[in-house]
Design a protein around this ligand. Structure first.
Ligand SMILES: *Cc1c(COP(=O)(O)O)cnc(C)c1O
Length: 429
């Protein structure tokens, strides 16, 4: 049989990554093992020299994790991927793999609060400076932030929690005009709704904790490389990839590994030294989630649209933010980048005081109050008093988060039941 085209997303969700040979397990096996055995020390030595690929210690690579990474790489249309212990570790690795003390990065100010803190506070302590930009700034305004030591531009497909949709094509053009890669956090869209590489992004990060797992079972992350950024063309900016690594006997990643250079370096150096690896057990659970990602995302999007329409029509609701609403400022970008529908996250504010918002949330029965988001079960959160507590009011408004913003993560229950719960809580408040 000749395959005439790459299978579609749904097929890849179910089948990519693990292709059993004759007599092997149909479902992805969990390689619950720290180590792997070799017959000769010579073979083992070649693995340590990166002269041969293979498994020796699960901090660096594990077959279960690699199968799931391969599935995500295929879903995103990338060449290589690595799983990490969390989304935070993925964002950190993606940046730290190409930026070090003395370097500068640029990120959208609407990104997830945890990433904002990582870039603005923790990376700063490590000598990497971040300039936060308003993603609605003009090309010229963004361009003005680039410096000779700028190493990357970072954005989020659908920002958590503001719901801002990144103009990935524009961001990619600006990044490439400056000889740096665009890194996109695709957590909220997932490759079922948007494939950022098709719009010019170079590297993708995920918190797999969210929709990819989808069941609130395992914290995890992933870094995916498109393999398309030409590191060698800007070798002076990326010496870590383009000049010999003394910790690997003078091996040069771009020369030895071509398109896989970025992920091999992240594995060989960052995973080796920092060790934020995903457990095979969690990778197995993540894979179960991925098998239904395409079905769940469509349901999340349809339910969220129904909830947003309901909220928009209720006089007790002050405002609603969902990219699928025609009068929303993200509508045009949603139509362009999220053709299959967006995600399940709707934000809104209620008329009345902050206490009204708290009473509303406390009156919910089906929808639970949880820090979690992007889960099969509907849940709700008040960022100003929960996830974003560390941010000042100015930082909150710069990130597009109003103090009255309620983030509703619409699950995959029946839309009628979700709406009925919201209605009774509005009546009760
Ligand atoms: C949750 C989240 C992260 C961080 O992921 P963890 O798995 O919680 O470490 C990063 N980016 C986005 C968009 C998120 O929603």
């Amino acid at each position: 049989m000749t395959m005439t085209k790459q299978p579609n997303t749904g097929t890849l969700c179910v089948q990519a990554g693990w292709t059993p040979k004759n007599g092997e397990a149909r479902q992805l096996p969990i390689y619950q093992s720290t180590t792997f055995k070799y017959d000769s020390s010579e073979q083992m030595a070649r693995l340590f020299d990166l002269a041969e690929s293979g498994y020796f210690y699960s901090r660096l690579q594990n077959p279960t994790c690699d199968s799931v990474a391969a599935k995500i790489a295929t879903l995103e249309g990338g060449v290589a991927a690595m799983l990490t212990s969390s989304g935070q570790a993925a964002s950190f690795f993606a940046v730290f793999n190409i930026a070090e003390a003395g370097d500068h990065i640029i990120a959208s100010n609407t990104i997830y609060g945890g990433t904002f803190n990582l870039f603005g506070v923790t990376l700063k302590k490590m000598g990497v400076e971040c300039t936060f930009i308003d993603p609605e700034w003009s090309d010229e305004q963004i361009q003005a932030c680039f410096r000779p030591n700028t190493k990357l531009l970072f954005g989020e497909t659908i920002s958590n929690p503001a719901g801002h949709v990144c103009d990935i094509e524009r961001f990619a053009r600006i990044a490439h005009e400056n000889g740096v890669p665009l890194i996109i956090d695709n957590t909220f869209a997932t490759p079922a709704q948007c494939r950022p590489f098709e719009w010019g992004a170079d590297i993708i990060v995920h918190s797999t904790t969210k929709y990819m797992d989808g069941h609130g079972a395992a914290v995890g992350g992933c870094v995916v490389d498109s393999g398309r950024f030409d590191w060698e063309a800007y070798a002076h900016k990326f010496p870590g990839l383009c000049t010999p690594d003394e910790s690997y006997h003078g091996l040069t990643y771009t020369k030895a590994f071509g398109q896989a250079a970025y992920i091999v370096k992240a594995t060989a150096q960052l995973m080796r030294d920092l060790g934020c690896c995903q457990s095979p057990q969690n990778a197995y659970l993540l894979n179960l989630g991925l098998e239904s990602l395409h079905l769940r995302m469509n349901r999340h999007a349809a339910n969220a649209q129904a909830v947003a329409d309901f909220l928009a029509a209720d006089s007790r609701v002050a405002w609603v933010n969902y990219g699928g609403l025609r009068d929303n400022k993200n509508y045009a970008l949603s139509q362009k980048y999220l053709a299959n529908g967006g995600c399940g996250v709707v934000s809104f504010g209620l008329k009345g005081s902050r206490e009204d918002a708290v009473r509303f949330m406390d009156a919910l029965r089906l929808i639970s109050i949880a820090t979690h988001v992007a889960d099969a079960r509907s849940c709700v959160l008040h960022p100003a008093s929960h996830t974003h507590r560390q941010l000042t009011d100015e930082q909150l408004s710069a990130a597009g988060i109003a103090p009255d913003l309620i983030r509703l993560s619409v699950g995959i229950e029946d839309a009628d039941d979700i709406i009925a719960d919201i209605r009774q809580a509005l009546d009760a408040k």
